[in-house]
Design a protein around this ligand. Structure first.
Ligand code: GDP
Length: 297
């Protein structure tokens, strides 16, 4: 999802885009990754590849989330350094911050408290990825940087009924309820957690901006700077999809972190801001879903 958005964004830049898709290169295999870098010798790398999923997937497959992500990061970052890549940008996630971090979360809150248990495996792998970039910068002067995006939505999302993130899950559930004329839809959890949602094409734009304009030691948050409750978000998705039935909440499902709102002042000070209004972005995501462009449908 993120990789495809970065490729779309790069069509506006004067560069040749090399991609490494899952079916042609297994990033968890060190020797395959080393061969790919040796053969292709890229100047710059966006490391968007990762094993990702929503709250249920993170909680259900802890070994896959920690192993695959550590392997991908280690293989790609090491191979990129060996191949003398001039700049590398690693994508992390806002779940790296402590579960009860003060809001909005600034970059210096990393490792100041315990993680949210449901996604700690993924978070630990992503924290390792940040530290890997920092270590290569400190020891070798490599221009490797990281960005921490907030919750994403948009074209190319995974619409798996259990394993997806909340935007794709609700787009699908409300659409199916609209078609089947079901009187109510169940939303997981209490509806009270607060989340921030960023359009994936805005993230891609931020990644290209950072690639071009930022070479600092510290990673950067990427978000909109605004959040809402899951209940408010669910109502908005229902409106966008055109579902007018009732919303029920299922508190037996996990809520996860009570609030995840990024402080985006560092990236704003550099001159980047998110552009896509949430309603508009969700309408684009729904159109993409209707066109069958999502996965796990
Ligand atoms: P998180 O930000 O890491 O917790 O990732 P998610 O996108 O999976 O979940 C965000 C919030 O949405 C959590 O509080 C979930 O309980 C809530 N939520 C409500 N309905 C759903 C659903 O159908 N799928 C998912 N994944 N989350 C849901």
């Amino acid at each position: 999802m993120v990789g495809a958005a970065i490729v779309r964004r790069l069509t506006a830049e004067n560069c040749e885009v090399l991609t490494a898709e899952r079916k042609s290169l297994d990033l968890t295999r060190q020797s395959e990754v080393e061969c790919w870098f040796g053969d292709n010798k890229p100047d710059a790398v966006f490391l968007a590849a990762a094993k990702v999923g929503g709250i249920h997937a993170n909680d259900s497959y802890p070994a896959d989330f920690i192993v695959d992500n550590l392997q991908i990061e280690l293989n790609v970052v090491r191979a990129a350094f060996a191949a003398q890549v001039k700049k590398l940008l690693l994508l992390g996630s806002s779940c790296i911050y402590p579960k009860l971090a003060r809001q909005p979360m600034t970059e210096d809150m990393l490792l100041t408290g315990p993680l949210e248990p449901t996604n700690q495996w993924y978070a630990v792998a992503k924290i390792a990825g940040i530290k890997l970039c920092e270590a290569y910068r400190r020891q070798h002067g490599a221009d490797f940087v990281s960005v921490m995006p907030t919750n994403l939505y948009g074209p190319g999302d995974n619409y798996h009924p259990q394993d997806s993130h909340v935007p794709a899950a609700l787009i699908r559930r409300f659409h199916e309820a609209k078609v089947a004329q079901t009187s109510s839809v169940t939303v997981w959890g209490t509806g009270t957690p607060r989340r921030e949602f960023l359009a994936v094409d805005d993230l891609a734009d931020a990644c290209v901006f950072v690639m071009k304009h930022y070479s600092g030691d510290e990673f950067l948050n990427v978000g909109t700077g605004e959040d809402m409750t899951i209940a408010e978000f669910a109502r908005l998705v229902a409106e966008v999809v055109g579902y007018s039935g009732k919303l029920l909440f299922d508190p037996s499902r996990p809520d996860g972190t009570p609030q995840k709102l990024l402080d985006v002042s560092k990236l704003s000070a550099l001159g980047w801001r998110a552009k896509t209004p949430l309603r508009e972005g969700l309408a684009e995501a729904y159109a993409d879903f209707l066109a069958g462009c999502g996965r796990a449908l």
